[in-house]
Design a protein around this ligand. Structure first.
Ligand SMILES: Cc1ncc(COP(=O)(O)O)c(C=O)c1O
Length: 376
């Protein structure tokens, strides 16, 4: 049976990984500045992560939410404390799209309303509700066309926000802490503050999609914490499990659950929780938020001094490097010639990097040197 061929791929198979490197069958090392779409937060095969998952697998790997899984409470407690959302509630699922799907449903259940405000260039996933708030018509199938109403706005445009709230039918505003696929733009602290005020005034909920920008990637636990605000709902996935599939929704204490409101067969299983707890432990003990902040800043300053680079966007270790030409060939060259994995975005001139949060500035030098050489 052939695979359903939906992914354009590099001609490369990986057989091993360690820290910030992945290896092919010939033991060729590649510097992983992409982490499989921003998933690898604490580095590949981190010893704590491997040991905890191995021990858990030897004890019990899975049971569903038909029974109590105390690891979920351990995870919720630690996540609340580390993210400064201590009094929030946690719902566990398996992916980013699923987290957003549930977040949008919660907002609609809670408010009784159904219009959503989203943003140009936003990406929130490919399932029905998440896709409906994603700004990409080409991803929608005919059956996606009959859906709840969405108003797309430009980021950081207060007058558009006011216009979107002329009617009081909005259940939620959803936005990324830093836009990933869209190209590394983000809401300013002032705009986030205005969003909270506007949502509160009109009985809508603010959903922060931190699936890519969260878990320390920006140098703060959540990127939206650049403002002194709290979102009503925060969605997580990617870096949360360092490769083990897990997603989560943080939900304000003002929102009440009821049995059957949400559900998932796999969500919050023993292995997934163990992976997520190991990630949080490593982030804390190795001070990875601090590392993301410092190394990201050093890299940004260094790259900004290269004459060929037009601008460096983003925060911490979620950076977009804008060049005066399309980066498609450069990306291939970085991989094949310099053995460095990088990412792309909707902006054809923007190289996106999402390295593990424990990368050092020294480990980034081959990337800096490659950029110097390619454009000299
Ligand atoms: C900001 C954001 N939200 C949601 C998603 C969807 O996540 P998943 O692919 O796990 O469904 C992504 C994936 O790239 C993302 O970057």
């Amino acid at each position: 049976m052939p695979l359903f061929d939906v992914y354009p791929k590099f001609d490369l198979q990986l057989t091993a990984a360690k820290g910030v490197y992945v290896y092919d069958a010939n033991q060729q090392a590649y510097l992983d500045l992409y982490g499989g779409h921003g998933v690898i937060s604490i580095g590949h095969q981190h010893p704590t992560y491997v040991a905890r998952l191995t021990a858990q697998l030897n004890a019990i790997g899975f049971y569903s939410n038909a029974v109590a899984i105390p690891l979920q409470e351990v995870l919720a407690q630690q996540l609340g404390q580390m993210s400064s959302y201590e009094d929030y509630q946690l719902f566990l699922c398996n992916s980013g799209a699923e987290a957003n799907e549930n977040a949008l449903k919660i907002a609609s259940f809670h408010t009784g309303k159904k219009r959503v405000v989203a943003f140009r260039n936003a990406f929130h996933g490919r399932t029905a509700a998440a896709l409906n708030v994603t700004d990409s018509a080409s991803l929608a199938a005919p059956l996606n066309q009959q859906n709840f109403p969405v108003t797309f706005l430009d980021l950081n445009a207060p007058e558009q926000l006011q216009a979107a709230f002329r009617t009081d039918d909005v259940c939620a505003v959803i936005l990324e802490g830093i836009q990933g696929v869209g190209g590394l733009d983000f809401p300013t602290a002032e705009y986030l503050t205005l969003l909270v005020e506007t949502c509160q005034k009109h009985g809508a909920l603010l959903i922060a999609d931190e699936i890519q920008s969260g878990y320390g990637r920006s140098g703060r636990f959540f990127a939206h914490q650049r403002a002194n605000i709290q979102a009503d709902i925060i969605t997580l996935a990617k870096g949360m499990g360092n490769g083990f599939p897990i997603g989560g929704v943080l939900i304000s204490p003002t929102i009440s659950p009821r049995f059957g409101m949400l559900g998932s067969t796999f969500g919050g299983n023993h292995l997934a929780c163990t992976a997520a707890i190991a990630v949080l432990d490593v982030i804390e003990t190795e001070a990875l938020l601090q590392n993301a902040l410092e190394v990201g800043q050093q890299l940004k300053v260094t790259l900004e001094s290269l004459p060929q680079i037009q601008q460096v966007k983003g925060e911490g270790l979620m950076l977009g490097i804008e060049l005066p030409f399309a980066i498609k060939t450069l990306r291939r060259e970085l991989l094949q010639k310099h053995h460095i994995f990088t990412g792309a975005s909707a902006n054809p001139n923007l190289l996106r990097i999402l390295p593990p949060l424990n990368i050092t500035f020294e480990q980034l030098q081959p990337f800096v040197e490659a950029l110097k050489k390619i454009h000299a």
